[in-house]
Design a protein around this ligand. Structure first.
Ligand SMILES: Cc1cc2nc3c(=O)[nH]c(=O)nc-3n(C[C@H](O)[C@H](O)[C@H](O)COP(=O)(O)OP(=O)(O)OC[C@H]3O[C@@H](n4cnc5c(N)ncnc54)[C@H](O)[C@@H]3O)c2cc1C
Length: 385
């Protein structure tokens, strides 16, 4: 179809890739981000092969990697701090600060001609393609892309929500400066992603660039002491005595003003579009982060949408082709990330059975890695290059 005007709501992974990909294909793009800067909550992102292909398609792969950290191994610790399992990192060797990635995406979108409106909160959207801003201005797009995240305040006005399922757990994420000792140790024995589980709490941390560690502290929804921010290092050290010095550092050094505990959720829509409005990213298909693919799917579906619009004669057939192609892969990940998440909280004997099953039946592992090895729509020409 002939490119026209696109109004995009949300300057996260989904909105920014949509802005860059549509502008590259001749659309006149205006992106609205409610915040005054392009930034992102949540810090480290595990970059998997499917995401890498998207970055390559946008010409920013080298710059993305240059700002992140390569992780050489994953160490699982018990509460006392002993390494119980250490494995080389094959699946997602890069952890990258999200702020770094979204800034590069924003630059790419602007270079391609997209107009990025900061401090531009959208207060209303309607299925006829009109978008109302906080200033009261009303705009109309030939295409509207809604990518305002899992807590979307605008999705409801389209009447597309089918299901929103809350997980038993959530997490708070922060960064803390790396110490000179950590940097020196990494130079000798390689970088590690550390993960420890105890009392249904989880501590995960690893370098995310030259100077910072990304830290995720996960807990159940009814664990009031575990959910509190700033964390109480005594509460967390009772579960992880071997990490008490690190936890004291996290409590003292993280920027707690920005940090919030967020509960994991799964979102499903009846359909991914209505009239000229396409919904993508967490607003359409939020998922718990155990397989680290939420941003991957947001970006795949944004690029996939731009490709479908390029290939099809009109908006409705492009939307249909897009949803038919992208939705099954997205829902496969949603299903398997929940399965994985449910195994985490099994009683110990059942957990052992589930780990043994995963070792004995390679098919299970392949389901967990399915999305990571998908070639995103619009990236086939990059394979083998
Ligand atoms: C603990 C945790 C760890 C994760 N780890 C990974 C990982 O390793 N790898 C991975 O791929 N994914 C991971 N994810 C998932 C990933 O963060 C999300 O899937 C991704 O951020 C979704 O991108 P999005 O663009 O849809 O939404 P968001 O990133 O939420 O962006 C939405 C944007 O819209 C803006 N906005 C909202 N409302 C409005 C409005 N009314 N007007 C204008 N702008 C608005 C917001 O300010 C925001 O910038 C993780 C998630 C969690 C919770």
């Amino acid at each position: 179809m002939r490119p026209g005007r696109a109004e995009i709501v949300g300057g996260g992974f989904g909105g920014l890739v949509a802005a860059a990909a549509l502008a590259e294909r001749g659309w006149s793009v205006r992106l609205h981000e409610r915040r005054g800067v392009i930034d992102a909550e949540g810090y480290g992102i595990a970059v998997q092969p499917n995401m890498m292909l998207i970055f390559r398609a946008l010409g920013i792969a080298d710059a993305v990697i240059a700002g992140g950290a390569r992780i050489d191994r994953r160490d699982s610790l018990d509460g006392a701090g002993n390494v119980v399992l250490s494995r080389k990192t094959e699946r997602s060797p890069y952890r990258i600060d999200r702020r770094h990635i979204v800034r590069l995406l924003a630059r790419r979108a602007a270079e391609a001609g997209a107009e990025i409106g900061l401090g531009s909160r959208v207060t209303g959207i309607s299925p006829d393609g009109s978008v109302t801003l906080g200033s009261g201005d009303r705009l109309r797009g030939d295409l509207v892309v809604l990518a305002d995240g899992a807590e979307s305040s605008l999705r409801a006005s389209l009447g597309l929500l089918k299901r929103r399922v809350w997980q038993r757990d959530g997490a708070v994420r922060v960064t803390v400066p790396r110490t000179d000792e950590e940097i020196a140790e990494d130079e000798v024995s390689g970088t590690a992603m550390i993960e420890a589980w105890s009392d249904n709490r989880r501590v995960l941390y690893c370098p995310v660039n030259d100077t910072e560690n990304y830290v995720l502290l996960g807990s159940l929804v009814d664990d009031r002491a575990g959910k509190a921010t700033p964390i109480d290092p005594k509460v967390w050290s009772r579960s992880f005595p071997g990490l008490s010095a690190f936890l004291a550092r996290v409590a003292a050094q993280a920027d707690w003003d920005e940090a919030r505990w967020a509960r994991f959720q799964t979102v499903r829509l009846k359909r991914w579009w209505k009239g000229p409005v396409a919904v993508l990213g967490d607003a359409a298909h939020a998922m718990p982060p155990y397989l680290a693919q939420g941003a991957g799917h947001a970006m795949m579906n944004a690029l996939g949408l731009a490709v479908a619009l390029d290939d099809e004669p009109d908006l409705a057939s492009a939307f249909r082709a897009w949803e038919r192609r992208e939705r099954p892969v997205t829902e496969h990940t949603q299903r398997w990330t929940r399965i994985y998440g449910n195994t985490i909280f099994l009683p110990r004997p059942l957990k052992r059975v589930s780990i043994a099953a995963e070792r004995r039946i390679p098919w299970i592992g392949r389901q967990y890695l399915h999305a990571a090895h998908v070639v995103p729509t619009g990236c086939a020409h990059l394979v083998g290059e």
